[in-house]
Design a binder for this molecule. Sequence first.
Ligand SMILES: *[C@@H]1O[C@H](CO)[C@@H](O)[C@H](O)[C@H]1NC(C)=O
Ligand SMILES: *[C@@H]1O[C@H](CO)[C@@H](O)[C@H](O)[C@H]1NC(C)=O
Ligand SMILES: *[C@@H]1O[C@H](CO)[C@@H](O)[C@H](O)[C@H]1NC(C)=O
Ligand SMILES: *[C@@H]1O[C@H](CO)[C@@H](O)[C@H](O)[C@H]1NC(C)=O
Ligand SMILES: *[C@@H]1O[C@H](CO)[C@@H](O)[C@H](O)[C@H]1NC(C)=O
Length: 632
Amino acid sequence: MHVFPITLFFPLSLLCSISIVVQAQQTYIGLATTSCHQTGNSNSMRGYTCNGANPNCQAYITFRTQPFHNSVTTMSSLLGSDPSQLAEANSVSQEATFEANKMVIVPVNCSCSGNQYYQFNTSYVVQRGDSYFLIANNTFEGLSTCQALQDQNGIPEGDLFPGTKIKVPLRCACPSKNQTEKGVKYLLSYLVASSDIVFLISERFGVSTETILEANTLSSQQPPNIYPFTTLLVPLQDKPSSNQTFESSPPPPPPSSSNNGSSNKKWMYVVVGVVGCVALILLVLCAIIFRKHFGNKKKDDSVIVSENFVAIEKPQGKMLEEEEGSENLSEIISSIAQSFKVYSFKELKNATNNFSPDSCIQGSVFRGVINGDLAAIKKIDGDVSKEIELLTKVNHSNVIRLSGVSFDEGYWYLVYEYAANGNLGEWIYSNTKNGKFLSWTQRLQISLDVATGLDYLHSFTSPPQIHKDLKCENIVMDSDFRGKIANFGLARSMEGESEQYLMTRHIVGTRGYMAPEYLENGFVSTKLDVYAFGVLVLEILTGKEVADFYAEGNVDLLDFLSVVLSEESEYERLREFMDHSLQGNYPMELAIFVARMISTCIKKDPASRPEMREIVSTLSKALDSSLIWELS
Ligand SMILES: *[C@@H]1O[C@H](CO)[C@@H](O)[C@H](O)[C@H]1NC(C)=O
Ligand SMILES: *[C@@H]1O[C@H](CO)[C@@H](O)[C@H](O)[C@H]1NC(C)=O
Ligand SMILES: *[C@@H]1O[C@H](CO)[C@@H](O)[C@H](O)[C@H]1NC(C)=O
Ligand SMILES: *[C@@H]1O[C@H](CO)[C@@H](O)[C@H](O)[C@H]1NC(C)=O
Ligand SMILES: *[C@@H]1O[C@H](CO)[C@@H](O)[C@H](O)[C@H]1NC(C)=O
């Protein structure tokens, strides 16, 4: 009686296990490609296993243009695909040439070779200096592997002489029975780029993250690590389209004119009505500049590191950098009269209830009501010409707007647009403000706002402007929690566009935010702001002041981040490192993505830090993903 079911059970279980093998999805290749000495096919190093519903199929691969492989003709010849099909898949003509580093879709006929691996064959003539790894990774960008090349050519590495023609199996695959049943028609071998995460790839091709993870046997329990120059299979129900190959581009900069109609009218009014006041200011400016040039022109070569907000609020004459010139005078004067309202001190006293403690926002910044609108009024003891000069040139929603100035008894008063939610430091360092805290998406939005403002200052003003003192306290937020860069007291312009770097002997800034090349050699470039931006986002993510990282004995932020991002710890450390007030309410994959971006910003070598433009593009992708995540 008992024997029957058991004997039946055996063949059944065997069948079961076979069918699982047959239906199994492919394994993601990971970093196996870089260890060429490994053989066999673990992690589908030699190719994706022939386990699909069909032995041949139409498949797609992606490829990025290279200097010599950038046209339909040259790419189809390298990849052995049909030029007319390649042109059609990318909606271009057969004569077309693509822009640099453009993602191109390549249709291929994928088939099983010897019942082992799915592949598409092309060939390649070995060049001087080639190795299997260079051919697989650098020329074919990871569409083939050194293991597959070695396996299928049987030529030892040492015998790869220039001129030898070798077979190149490209990595493709056909959908499994499971996938076919779910409507998948094609598999795309997608070449991972350095800033990719699975979530963004799934958004790009309009498929769910889960289907991609499943297709590559990646765990959905923890964020997968994917690497550039490896292929990730994307299951598609329709043919891929050329409009899935575009990179999301940074938003266009707003027009940089400083005036709109109504402020023009105000300007007329000001000129007619406050001529006396302007004359006074001219006199005062003359006096200031005169004194600076012919008075106590003391050179101070010592390193000045101001550690707190207050010191930067009140820059002393000697902290200013040396290249101040009297030719600025006429410029400043005409700028002030053209761009800003000049208030009488009485107007400001009325606006702030005689600068009462009640209207004090922080330090020497007061809240005032001018013509029914709230404004922030900053009292400054010292030279403001730089800040005024800079703010006359910029007009961007992510840079604080200066609306007017006043001068009284040796103090300048600058009138700014009002930032209802105060400065970012108040929210980040204390984790909560009045019991509220910033959500993950708000934090990303603010980071993107700051990046956009910096990109504007670096790339769309002439000459480029460097803020030089970016930090949480210098970012303010309006009522919608949109970030604005404020406090341009240390800003500096890159005169002479040919120059990449300027040098200074006066080191001013905030400890922890200053880039190593600036601290050590006084090099000034836009990359200073990129470094400080990395530190800023680090603080935004962790809710900790950068000084605390150093206090905890981390001498090197970059080393610290690489430990946090290491796979071995299974991201336990990253979770630990994120701001606890977020209570784990963020997509881990995006946290990794942003943390990786930070580590590029704080690289030692300024040249290897990204431009703000690239950061804007990276962060806008992350924000888009985050908004979708928030909805789901
Ligand atoms: C195949 O699909 C079924 C149901 O959709 C699922 O339960 C099973 O795990 C899948 N098998 C593989 C190997 O993915
Ligand atoms: C793929 O197969 C189709 C039809 O069998 C053929 O027309 C096409 O030229 C093939 N493509 C390549 C690159 O061999
Ligand atoms: C591709 O090459 C392999 C050997 O390297 C061969 O077994 C297979 O048949 C070839 N495929 C096609 C479609 O020619
Ligand atoms: C693979 O090739 C790319 C493109 O040329 C290169 O940037 C990258 O460093 C290579 N990877 C390795 C591990 O050498
Ligand atoms: C390109 O994308 C748009 C939507 O973004 C879609 O309507 C259109 O059909 C796509 N074009 C092709 C050729 O698939």
